[in-house]
Design a protein around this ligand. Structure first.
Ligand code: MTE
Ligand code: MO
Length: 262
């Protein structure tokens, strides 16, 4: 058999050989194109992820994105501290970037505001700003980064999230996977994975540059979470919730990365 095939090969004219090679490479191309098309059809026919939390990616794509997130989360540890700076490096005028849920045309009275923490069974713990100010105050000067491409070294002060948890005996809630925060009018909202929420540099800030927060920067209380991009640093916290599923997140719904870690 073998010798016969070799003999046959020898007998092919140059033109036949070229045709044969063309045929082989075309067949190879057809197989590749076919499988690419099949893959594309498979992806576009596959179901979308559960609606609502992110921007409706196909389920297999979302699985891949979530795996990427897991790799980053495994790298992340609460022992890793974000770089801090001396006060002299902090911006004197902290920019006001975006105002969803805190628009200046909305009536809001910081004096009657209370932080609301939703506990198991729906019970709501209400905490006033004065009560928060009695807890240990933590200052933080770090480089705040926005996904839009700017960053600014800024000086914040407030209560560490983990200090609040401990003071109000909410430790059991740190066993849950996520923290959700929303503005009082529910127009802006974020979901934060628990390890980032309890990170020692995550604070609920009520001061910037040693003065009470201006309304534009999120008075009376805003989230400062240096391990995340600006989008997660919710201004004017109304309610805090805990859950094992991802809380709704304003920018994730628009297609931004849910984790948004740095
Ligand atoms: N309530 C609310 N919080 C928000 C936003 C917003 O539009 N509304 N924008 C976020 C974004 S994109 C950034 S970069 C920071 C900006 O904070 P700053 O205005 O204090 O600089 O706030 C975050 N928190
Ligand atoms: Mo931002």
């Amino acid at each position: 058999m073998e010798t016969k095939t070799t003999k046959e090969k020898k007998e092919l004219t140059v033109e036949q050989q070229i045709n044969r090679r063309n045929f082989i490479s075309f067949a190879g191309f057809a197989v590749l194109a076919g499988s690419a098309f099949g893959g594309w059809r498979w992806l576009s026919n596959s179901p979308e992820e559960t609606a609502g939390i992110t921007a409706g990616a196909k389920a297999p794509l979302r699985r891949a994105l979530n795996n990427t997130e897991l790799i980053f989360r495994n790298f992340f540890s609460s022992n890793h501290l974000v770089k801090t700076y001396p006060k002299s490096r902090a911006a004197k005028h902290v920019r006001v970037n975006s105002d969803i849920g805190i628009e200046s045309n909305k009536k809001f009275d910081p004096a009657t505001w209370k932080l609301e923490i939703v506990k198991k069974g729906g019970e709501i713990l209400q905490i006033t700003l004065d009560e928060l100010k009695k807890l240990p105050k933590t200052e933080l000067i770090y480089d705040f980064k926005c996904v839009e491409g700017w960053d600014q070294i800024s000086h914040w002060a407030g209560v560490k999230f983990i200090d609040l948890i401990e003071h109000y005996h909410l430790g059991e809630y740190t066993q849950m996977q996520y923290v959700g925060m929303e503005t009082p009018d529910k127009a802006y909202y974020v979901g934060i994975d628990m390890p980032s929420a309890v990170h020692p540099q995550t604070i609920l800030a009520y001061e910037v540059n040693d003065k009470p927060l201006p309304l534009g920067n999120g008075a009376p209380l805003r989230l400062i979470i240096p391990v995340k991009y600006g989008i997660k640093n919710l201004k004017r916290i109304g309610t805090i919730t805990f859950s094992n599923t991802r809380p709704r997140d304003y920018w994730a719904e628009q297609g931004y990365d849910y984790y948004s870690g740095l």
